[in-house]
Design a protein around this ligand. Structure first.
Ligand code: NAP
Ligand code: MG
Length: 452
């Protein structure tokens, strides 16, 4: 049995040692999930709903423990970590409403009755990245279980602790053995088996666009269903007519939250040229004001990066020739720290404008008018989220419709609510999670005609 050491990124201390699941054990787990599926899909809708509610209540009763685990494992601020554990609870409560509302259609036909059913797919494999270990796991397993599927879940190797605990809580809540299994292990081993094992009927993958393409290509061999939630290079578009003070005060939190390790990070700030200098003047104190430090401190707003290797990757985006406008705070001592950093790129082809940094680095770029803002915002292979700051409601709607991205916010930086749909355009992904149709991503529609 191979093991991995889980490291606290704020202290560089080992938190615990976790046993990694290998290929044979993954196959055994998938086969257990397949066997458990027959009974699980037969559980009465009201009983499945009750089990999911009990799972949600178990998460709520252990919210503080889950949050503290995430602070220690991922360096998330305690405030964020509590929100993330609460999000798992809320996703499960929302999912508990699904079994009794998984409605089909009755379609008028001649000579009989035509009805549709939303049938579960079977075993669903969920592959989770390290940046939001709890919510991203729940967005997959919550609706998948609710729709009658069984789930095998692979957390990221760097951040397995909360997922392992969620697996235990499901069992404690009465979810039957084999219905929801957490398999800590390597992507190249456990994740790959989800792609290649024929009993896994769908893979939900959140992670890099690079790995996502491999997953999609692998799944194509079995015409296996996929949902992909991939990278982003989202734009925060600030028009001259906006509340500039508010736009500047909030911009750091739209990109530096979770130390920028957020697929929705607004890592490009586009500012109308007439207010460009004024915006930067207002942005500087806001960036200096971001409280960076010990993530277990209640007042901390930004913690460390996940690993030393990731910090080096983030740092590589700020080259000696890069124009740095200003930087924020960074604690001394151990931990994988990188300060909030604002850069002014020279050209649209600069790496910092074309690639996902996944760290606290933001590029600020001027634009001329609405058309120019849209052209720059859409000049990327990504299309996950974005923000529009303006006091003109017509412009807010025009630009919202014009930006090629799945999740936009006007005069705000919010992206995720469990009851609204979430997902990417272009190379940011395929399919949607959450929202009113969440269960339909985990079902096949079956049409039945009965001659009368
Ligand atoms: P990653 O390297 O793509 O890894 C994501 C997950 O896939 C991990 O669990 C990883 O396992 C596994 N994996 C790696 N190679 C695999 C393979 N060949 N087959 C199957 N599974 C494999 O991404 P990351 O660095 O962890 O996460 C950061 C990325 O996720 C960013 O690009 C970010 O934008 C994206 N993201 C997107 C969303 C969204 O909703 N759109 C949300 C969050 C994050 P290991 O742990 O063993 O590497
Ligand atoms: Mg990786």
């Amino acid at each position: 049995m191979t093991t991995t050491q889980v490291v606290n990124p704020a202290t560089e201390q080992v938190v615990s040692t976790v046993e990694l699941v290998g290929a044979a054990e993954t196959d055994a787990a998938i086969e257990r999930a397949q066997r458990a599926g027959a009974d699980w899909r037969a559980v009465a809708p009201g009983d499945r709903a009750r089990l999911l509610r009990r799972f949600a209540e178990a998460v709520d009763a252990n919210l503080e423990q889950l949050a503290q685990l995430e602070v220690a494992n991922a360096g998330h601020t305690i405030g964020n970590a509590r929100w993330e554990a609460g999000n798992v609870r809320d996703v499960l409560h929302f999912a508990a409403g699904i079994p009794e509302r998984l409605l089909g259609n009755q379609i008028p036909v001649a000579g009989g009755v035509d009805i549709t059913f939303h049938e579960p797919l079977g075993v669903v494999g969920v592959i989770v990245p390290w940046n939001f270990p709890m919510p991203i796991a729940a967005w997959g397993f919550g609706p998948a279980l609710a729709a009658g599927n069984t789930v095998v879940l692979k957390p990221a190797e760097l951040t397995p602790l909360t997922a392992i605990r969620l697996g235990e809580l499901a069992l404690e809540a009465g979810v039957p053995e084999g219905v929801f299994q957490v398999l800590p292990g390597k992507g190249s081993v456990v994740g790959q088996r989800f792609v290649t094992h024929p009993a896994v009927r769908k893979v939900v993958f959140t992670g890099s666009t690079e790995v996502g393409k491999e997953i999609m290509a692998g799944c194509a061999r079995q015409v296996k269903r996929v949902t992909l939630e991939l990278g982003g290079k989202s734009a925060n578009i600030v028009f001259a007519d906006a509340d500039l003070a508010r736009a500047a005060a909030t911009a750091p939190y739209g990109v530096f939250d979770n130390a920028g390790q957020d697929c929705c990070a607004r890592s490009r700030i586009l500012v109308q040229r007439s207010v460009f200098d004024r915006f930067l003047e207002l942005l500087e104190p806001a960036v200096h004001g971001v409280r960076v430090g010990d993530p277990s401190d209640e007042s901390t707003e930004m913690g460390p990066l996940i690993s030393a290797a990731h910090r080096d990757r983030v740092a590589s985006f700020v080259e000696p020739s890069t124009k740095v406008a200003f930087t924020g705070a960074q604690p001394d001592g151990p931990g994988f720290w990188y300060p909030p950093t604002v850069v002014l790129p020279d050209a649209p082809s600069d790496r910092v404008l074309t690639e996902e940094v996944f760290g606290p680095v933001v590029a600020v770029v001027p634009f001329e008018d609405e058309a120019d803002a849209l052209r720059i915002a859409n000049d990327t292979e990504y299309g996950l989220s974005g923000s529009i700051w303006t006091n003109d409601v017509g412009r807010a709607l025009r630009v919202s419709r014009g930006v090629e991205a799945g999740n936009l916010s006007v005069n705000s930086h919010s992206s995720v609510r469990y009851w609204t749909p979430f997902g990417g355009y272009k190379q940011s992904g395929l399919g949607r999670e959450l929202g009113p149709d969440a269960a339909l991503a985990f079902t096949e529609t079956k049409n039945v005609f009965i001659a009368t």
